[in-house]
Ligand binder design. Sequence first.
Ligand code: ADP
Ligand code: MG
Length: 491
Amino acid sequence: MISGPASVRERRLWMRTIAIVNQKGGCGKTTTAINLSAFLASETRRVLLIDMDPQGHATLGLLRDPSQLEKTVYEVLTHEQGVTALAEIIVRVRENLDLAPADVLLSALPEKLRETPGKENKLSEVLEEIRKDYDYVIVDCPPSVGLLTFNALKACTEAIIPVEPSFFSLQGIARQMETLDLLATTAGHNIKARALITLYTGRSDFAKAVAEEIRKHLGDRSFNTVIRFSLKLPEAVGHGLPIAEFSPRSSGCADYRALAREVLADEPPKFAPSRVEEDPEEAIAPAPAAALEQAESPLEPRMQVSPPIPVIGEGLFTVETPRAREEANSLPPAAVLEQAESFLESRMPAAPPMPINGEGLFTSEAPGAREETIPPALAAVFEQAESPLERRIQASPPMPVNGGVRFTIEAPGARSVQLAADFNDWVADEMQSRDGIWTKVVPLPPGRYHYRYVVDGGWQTDPLNVHLEPTPWGGYNSVFVLEGNNGNKVH
Ligand SMILES: Nc1ncnc2c1ncn2[C@@H]1O[C@H](COP(=O)(O)OP(=O)(O)O)[C@@H](O)[C@H]1O
Ligand SMILES: [Mg+2]
């Protein structure tokens, strides 16, 4: 039998906080956040999933009708609309599983808190109130380094870094780990991070080699579980369901169940609820090495039988006393993060429709602007981030570039994305995709424009632009203003 929530409550003296983080988009953060949370909840852990991404994908993936939301993480962190406690915005989505939802308004947070001291501790502060109510807090991070991600990292003591095996994976993980190490050395905030290989097809030797390289390189800083490519996972998200409810016999389900078991195996043993019993049906969970070998091909999804997964007793998630955690959290981080934050902001183009925030650190095309006050360790992280190999377009609101205004939207799984706007008479123009970022540069004179993206035939506003206007036919358009040569602003 599985231990009941009551016994969990009586015995537990800890709350685990896990950020799902990677500044790269489309690597499986949200899919991991949703499905890990759901599996932990089904093992009677009381779980709160916090959506810290203005794109609100975790919210969309769990709520059938997010348009009904009135209050979100934004209101809690800014105390707007009289919201002062996390409890006021939390939505129950399943037994043992609660959601702190987000929407595009969250992208305004960095601007809103620009002058607020301790702005990077807002999330960690509000978590204090709910410490007794949850066993796990899982935070889904945006695909960028900035105030939102800093808030998530400051609030968490563990991190999972989902990684899709690709040419840039190792560099990406190294950079992410360095950002975390930097938080540890400069802000005294230790995070135990582990990489999780996701979207693994195993079809190409290249993917296999990269996955093996990651595991060799990181050792126990990577999970044994590998999340195989499984079309059921995007489908489940599309239906607003965790994979266990949508397709319990899929490889995606087996893999996330295996991940949850690895995470559960690291609960501080003294206070852990009784262990979950083996369910013979779950023997399909992939073993680490076996998963690499036997990954399903996306074209031929089929079940794989593999040996039971080993339980990891030690590794990165070591036992932590509540006291040690308190000490780590109480160290003042502010100075360094302030520096980092101002540096991040200085890198944003002074240009127009970049209205919103300090998120999207690496979107800037503006050269120079490096401040002398950057801590050397941070500079090293940025240096690496700026290496030519890594320089690639990130999604942002419309941004003036050579040759016009660049429109971008992140839609890694999409088959086609178009741009429709008043400047093209709402005739949808094809956009080009690279690494899941869809782009189009349009030559435009100064003016005020309305636009929308059409993703696989569905119309949507720009998830990174807070400026919306209702249309006469219902729904909204995104809006931006392109001013003359000297500075452009969104209104
Ligand atoms: N293991 C997987 N197999 C197939 N598709 C996946 C898998 N993991 C994620 N996806 C899909 O890839 C896209 C990006 O995943 P997502 O979790 O949203 O990444 P992120 O949050 O890092 O941007 C989504 O369409 C998602 O449904
Ligand atoms: Mg996401």
